[in-house]
Design a protein around this ligand. Structure first.
Ligand SMILES: Cc1cc2nc3c(=O)[nH]c(=O)nc-3n(C[C@H](O)[C@H](O)[C@H](O)COP(=O)(O)OP(=O)(O)OC[C@H]3O[C@@H](n4cnc5c(N)ncnc54)[C@H](O)[C@@H]3O)c2cc1C
Length: 499
């Protein structure tokens, strides 16, 4: 038998963006009854906490539990099984639609309380220049980014001597070719440095704070219930029991990632032309460098980095996107252990050890890069099967060439590539930053799904959240921007709650 309950605000998806909506509305309209539904299990405590804060065995178990109904192998369990030419997603994620994603073989999802926000790296830089959404007044976007940084506890990690040396060498390499404020610098991170030198990594819990939320786990939104230009509630199913229920709500926010948000709209009969289209990500070029003796000499110490810092990520640096000058975003992760075993007989590895270094390259939006949903087949969750049609074109590949050359030059200033660590183009989807599928626009819905306040065109009280809203070609990690878009939406959500 189906039960019916009611709430003020119903949020589908418990990731960073769903959590941001819950926090913002609880701050701006105290007393709002907020229900959040999440199809995955809770894998960390408090709900949505970053699993990188857990001891290794608990972390790996939490990752495995986030990997969806088919328990697809991940980078943790399957590393030893890796076969050349196969694509395995990182721990905590699973391939979005195996057999249906030929153009984007590495596209992946996380299905757990906190979404990808319990597995993420926490990099939260701001978008620059033409990455920004030009129809949002610049000062308003900046104010929203400020608030997003507050919610996400954005900071830069304290520097250690090796990190300072790496930064200095990178700055010397670029000289004054980069504008002020866009030089190599500490990467903004959602993180809480602890007095003992360790780091508590930010998660969806950091954003949610103590917002009072009725969180329903392992509960899937099957369909939005519509009445003209309003959504009146959501049909949900508790997966372990199979119990179906209706939750009536004054306002509904769907923040279920760039694949599953359009999937739920499709399943509900909301099918504007732009739904699922304009799929982008960051085309990713990746390398691993053994740091040179020069880094050790500049640091003025020779202590193994593992003894110097408590976290496996010793330092993080970014080189921001600058249109026309540095059209990629470089992320430099300094660590004691390389991401794969390194033959240390073949390359000199000193006390400063390694950096993993990548350039994100733009993918320009095209209507034909899209996620398509089936009316007849279903996925492992019983939702419309999704297929991904996507192509990296000559336009992007010419920037990839330049991005590789840039990585080679940067690497030479701090060390040498380890064997197998030379720059390579990663399979499409590796970035884990999927954008555009429910894009924001100021065109009345001609080539967009939501307006500039994240409201679905043609609906009064249906709002979307997540990277799928980002309409521009970007190389900057998207989560801060997506939280900022939720910040801009929140007052309009409050208006609807008060209507
Ligand atoms: C390893 C890794 C590293 C990353 N590093 C970074 C980084 O450094 N910087 C950065 O900006 N980004 C990073 N990301 C990406 C970042 O985690 C995402 O941008 C962010 O989590 C998006 O938040 P979201 O709330 O929109 O979606 P998600 O976090 O994907 O959450 C959506 C939630 O909705 C749930 N859901 C889906 N459909 C339904 C349904 N029908 N009913 C109920 N629930 C549903 C899902 O199960 C999921 O939990 C990384 C991701 C990974 C995996």
């Amino acid at each position: 038998m189906s039960t019916s309950t009611s709430t003020d605000l119903l949020i589908v998806g418990s990731g960073p963006v769903g959590s941001a909506f819950a926090r913002l509305i609880s701050e701006q309209r105290p007393g709002t009854a907020i229900t959040m539904i999440e199809l995955g299990p809770q894998v960390s405590a408090p709900p949505g906490a970053n699993v990188r804060n857990l001891p290794v065995d608990e972390r790996d178990a939490a990752r495995a539990r986030s990997q969806g109904p088919q328990g697809a192998p991940s980078g943790d369990s399957a590393r030893g099984l890796r076969v050349e030419g196969t694509v395995i997603s990182p721990g905590g994620t699973y391939l979005a639609s195996p057999g249906h994603q030929p153009g984007m073989p590495a596209a992946a999802l996380s299905s757990c309380v906190g979404g990808m926000g319990v597995h993420w790296t926490c990099a939260t830089p701001r978008p620059n220049d033409d990455e920004r959404i030009d129809f949002i007044p610049s000062a308003e976007l900046d104010a929203a980014l400020d608030d997003a940084e507050r919610l996400m506890r954005v900071t830069t990690l304290p520097e250690n001597p090796y990190g300072s040396a790496i930064k200095t060498l990178l700055r010397e390499h670029f000289g004054d070719t980069l504008p002020e404020g866009r030089r190599p610098d500490g990467l903004p991170m959602s993180a809480l440095p602890q007095p003992d030198g360790s780091v508590r990594w930010g998660g969806a819990d950091t954003i949610l704070g103590d917002a009072p939320v009725d969180l329903r786990v392992e509960t899937i939104a099957r369909r939005l219930i519509l009445d003209g230009d309003r959504v009146t509630g959501v049909e949900v199913e508790h997966l372990p029991s199979g119990e179906v229920a209706t939750i009536l709500a004054k306002v509904v926010v769907v923040a279920a990632n760039a694949f599953q948000t359009p999937q739920l709209l499709w399943a509900s009969g909301i099918r504007p032309d732009a739904l699922g289209r304009y799929l982008t990500e960051h085309v990713l070029v990746y390398s691993v460098v053994a740091l040179s003796d020069e880094v050790v000499a500049r640091a003025g110490i020779d202590t193994p980095v593992r003894e110097l810092v408590k976290d496996p990520t010793a330092s993080t640096f970014g080189i921001p996107y600058t249109a026309g000058v540095h059209p990629y975003r470089t992320q430099v992760m300094h660590m004691a252990d390389a991401p794969f075993p390194v033959d240390e007989a073949a390359v000199k590895v000193g006390s400063a050890r390694f950096v993993a270094m990548g350039n994100g390259v733009r993918k320009f939006p095209r209507a034909e890069d899209r996620v398509v949903f089936s009316d007849t087949e279903v996925d492992g969750w019983g939702m419309p099967q999704l297929s991904i049609e996507y192509e990296v074109t000559e336009r992007e590949l010419s920037e990839v060439e330049a991005a590789m050359a840039d990585l080679r030059a940067v690497a030479a200033s701090i060390g040498a590539f380890v064997p197998g660590g030379e720059p390579r183009l990663m399979p499409a989807g590796t970035s884990l930053h999927y954008k555009g599928t429910v894009r924001m626009g100021d065109d009345g819905g001609e080539a967009s799904v939501v307006d500039e306040h994240s409201r679905v065109w043609g609906f009064e009280n249906l709002f979307l959240g997540g990277n799928g809203l980002i309409p521009t070609a970007t190389v900057t990690n998207p989560t801060l921007t997506s939280v900022a878009l939720a910040v801009r939406a929140a007052p309009v959500v409050v208006e609807q709650l008060n209507a």
